[in-house]
Design a protein around this ligand. Structure first.
Ligand code: ADP
Ligand code: MG
Length: 388
């Protein structure tokens, strides 16, 4: 789960990482009130709060000298979706802004913690070349990024951050601050089951302080059950409404770019189905695993989700009734098609428990459904239908 910069900074502050106090505004006039609250005199920085990086280059971070400029920047940011290289072409709506005092920056460093599955350890990465060009640094001059592995069972030791401080060429008077910060970031990473803790830029200010000017924290979804405080930080406005609906019904849904909607039970069969569609010359519009024991309610809702995607020109239901019974599935499909109507072709491949009852339900419904028991034949048929 991703959280916003302001939330990440609040978390980091509780782990003794230096951040700037800032408040969140929900409107341009509130942004001005907050600007006056955080400091009597500018300049300020107004920052769009979205779950994507690359805001600076896309107009989502604005330096403002006066409160009038704060107001104008806020109005502009909130007026349209923000499109960065991480958002996709539609961008994301900006409903929250962080307003902070502008810091006098002497240098921008980069510092991040990620999980290295190969070595089963946490990797601390740091570079002198922080700021908005870090992707380019990683690609063209990866030797400028220093790395240290931390065993999650042992936690961080002071000597590790000292090595990094020397690698980065930090002045001696900043070593203690750097160590406290790395220790805090590592503790946060371990205690909150993070998959990413990133500070970029980590500024060295002109008065020789280390300060996190941006922060990204991602928490492993599988660990959310033991972090109620973090779960509360979830912001549904940053998610695709279709993904939210799918999660509500416990459906495993991933949106893709093709035009054939797939409904399958079991991840392996779902992958095989997508392969078969591709082999037949088509493109799947999604991965959707309704799970082994789906109810007819879940099947109905899954169906509605597929239809709600305007790019879907045909639907392929591929179910092997093992735990799930074919008649339960057929009932769900008939209910869904009757409720929402269906103007696009639907091919159903059914096999397994109660397959005869299932086929009978589909046939008796008099709905325009092509039912078959052969998977290859079904894939070829749906591809042919969407191309007609
Ligand atoms: P993003 O990573 O999404 O582009 P950042 O928060 O890193 O957004 O901001 C982009 C750039 O804006 C930073 O690299 C820094 O130069 C500048 N910046 C951000 N916050 C401040 C601040 N409080 N004071 C001064 N400059 C800032
Ligand atoms: Mg940044």
């Amino acid at each position: 789960m991703k959280i916003h910069e302001y939330q990440a900074k609040e978390l980091l502050a509780t782990y003794k990482v230096q951040v700037q106090p800032g408040l969140v505004a929900y409107s341009p006039s509130q942004a001005v009130d907050i600007a006056n609250k955080v400091t009597h005199e500018g300049p300020w920085v107004v920052k769009a709060q979205v779950h994507a990086g690359g805001r600076g280059k896309a107009g989502g971070v604005k330096f403002c000298k006066t409160t009038q400029e704060v107001k104008e920047a806020a109005e502009k940011m909130m007026s349209k979706p923000l499109v960065t290289h991480q958002t996709g072409p539609d961008g994301v709506d900006v409903t929250k802004l962080l307003v902070v005092k502008a810091v006098d920056i002497a240098h921008e460093l980069y510092c991040a913690l990620v999980l290295d599955r190969k070595t089963s350890s946490i990797v601390i990465m740091a570079s002198r070349e922080g700021g908005m060009e870090i992707e380019e640094v990683a690609e063209k001059t990866p030797d400028k990024i220093f790395k240290i592995c931390v065993d999650p069972a042992m936690g961080h030791s002071a000597y590790q951050s000292r090595i990094l401080a020397y690698d980065l060429g930090l002045p001696k008077e900043l070593h203690a601050q750097f160590e406290t910060m790395i220790q805090g970031m590592t503790k946060l990473f371990i205690e909150k089951d993070c998959s990413l803790v990133e500070i970029n830029p980590l500024a060295i200010t002109t008065d020789n302080q280390l300060m996190a000017l941006d922060a990204k924290v991602t928490i492993d979804d599988n660990a959310l059950f033991r972090h109620f405080d973090i779960k509360e930080l979830f912001d549904p406005s940053q998610e695709d409404p279709i993904d939210l609906e799918a999660a509500k019904w416990n459906l495993n849904y991933i949106h893709l770019d093709g035009n054939i909607g797939c409904m399958v039970n079991g991840a392996g069969l779902a992958m095989a189905t997508m392969d078969m569609i591709k082999m037949a010359g088509g493109e799947p519009a999604n991965f959707l695993d309704v799970g082994g024991g789906a109810s007819s309610d879940m099947v109905r809702e899954a169906f509605k989700i597929l239809i709600s995607d305007k790019k879907v020109k045909g639907i392929f239901v591929n179910i092997f009734g093992g735990i799930m019974k074919c008649d339960v599935l057929a009932k769900g499909i008939v209910e869904a098609v009757t409720q929402v109507g269906l103007k696009i072709p639907l091919v159903v491949r059914l096999e397994g428990t109660n397959v005869e009852q299932g086929r009978k339900l589909l046939n008796d419904s008099k709905l325009n459904i092509f039912a078959t028991s052969d998977m290859g034949e079904a894939a070829t048929l749906i591809v042919k239908k969407v191309m007609e």
